[in-house]
Write a protein that binds this ligand. Structure first.
Ligand SMILES: Nc1ncnc2c1ncn2[C@@H]1O[C@H](COP(=O)(O)OP(=O)(O)OP(=O)(O)O)[C@@H](O)[C@H]1O
Length: 264
């Protein structure tokens, strides 16, 4: 499925601001893996997501999907395989367009060029059915401008749009962090059901330790540009926040430093 082969990224090389963001990352996801990623400040989590989605290129190494390198492909060309939801609920949708127009855009992604972004009645019926799955009444507001939705509603729509065409890889970039606890819980629940039903291979960065342990079948910890812990489903079942923090400290030699960390 997704494979990172010896991926490294250095910012500002040869200057006093030189920063190693990623150092020789090897990572292979199996189909259907749901991997949560936690790590200290500046560990390289966002850089990793940006390199997978094509926002930036690695200095070294390859990103492969199903055995083929996608390293040369720009972000918009990868969007047919990769869905991404950002922390900012405003990032994944267009506020001036209606819910159905946003969905039509998402539906067109990766499809033939000629496909219209217009909303036919058959598409509208499909959009309504998809929105119903979210269980928050958006199916009755197809013609509402997305800018009028709450942050939670908008993030639910972003999640639906990112997964609409069943991407090979779903990237979740702290996608519940900007929401209040009730809305974060709603989005977490929706994420779990969409990932499970569609059997999506998923990478999720989170600052919430309890969420990282509870969700998914595999947990990765990063520090200073490297993966220092990769915990499988069996070991994950017995994890606690305390045990995880202890393991991090034992391996990295320092306490987990993250100003946004949520223990649970
Ligand atoms: N565009 C950039 N220019 C220079 N340095 C950068 C850039 N982006 C990231 N870095 C540096 O690269 C390192 C990794 O950053 P990254 O944002 O990937 O970490 P992170 O794990 O997402 O951190 P956080 O949890 O604090 O958001 C950090 O030292 C950061 O300061």
């Amino acid at each position: 499925m997704l494979k990172l082969d010896n991926v490294s990224k250095l910012f500002n090389p040869g200057t006093p601001d030189e920063k190693i963001a990623l150092l020789g990352i090897d990572l292979e996801l199996n189909p259907g893996d749901f991997v949560t990623i936690i790590g200290s400040n500046g560990a390289g989590k966002s850089t990793l997501m940006n390199i997978i989605s094509g926002v930036m290129k690695p200095d070294l190494g390859e990103v492969l999907i199903e055995g083929s390198s996608i390293s040369h492909l720009a972000e918009h060309h990868r969007s047919r395989w990769i869905g991404r939801v950002f922390q900012d609920p405003m990032a994944g949708t267009s506020p001036r367009m209606t819910i159905e127009e946003n969905l039509a855009m998402a539906y067109k992604r990766g499809k033939s060029r000629g496909l219209s972004i217009g909303v036919s009645s058959s598409k509208r019926t499909m959009f309504r059915e998809e929105l119903q799955r979210l269980g928050i009444g958006l199916e009755n507001r197809l013609r509402a401008k997305v800018g009028l939705l709450s942050g939670g509603e908008r993030q639910a729509l972003s999640l639906l749009m990112a997964t609409f065409t069943k991407p090979q890889i779903l990237l979740l970039d702290e996608h519940t962090a900007a929401l209040d606890p009730a809305r974060a819980e709603l989005i977490t629940r929706l994420t779990e059901s969409i990932v499970r039903e569609m059997k999506l291979t998923t990478l999720m960065v989170t600052h919430n330790m309890e969420q990282a342990i509870r969700l998914g079948n595999r947990l990765i910890m990063m520090d200073k540009g490297q993966i220092i812990l990769d915990i499988d489903e069996k070991r994950k079942k017995d994890l606690t926040v305390e045990r995880l923090l202890g393991e991090f400290e034992a391996i990295s030699g320092h306490k987990l430093a993250d100003d946004r960390i949520v223990l649970g």
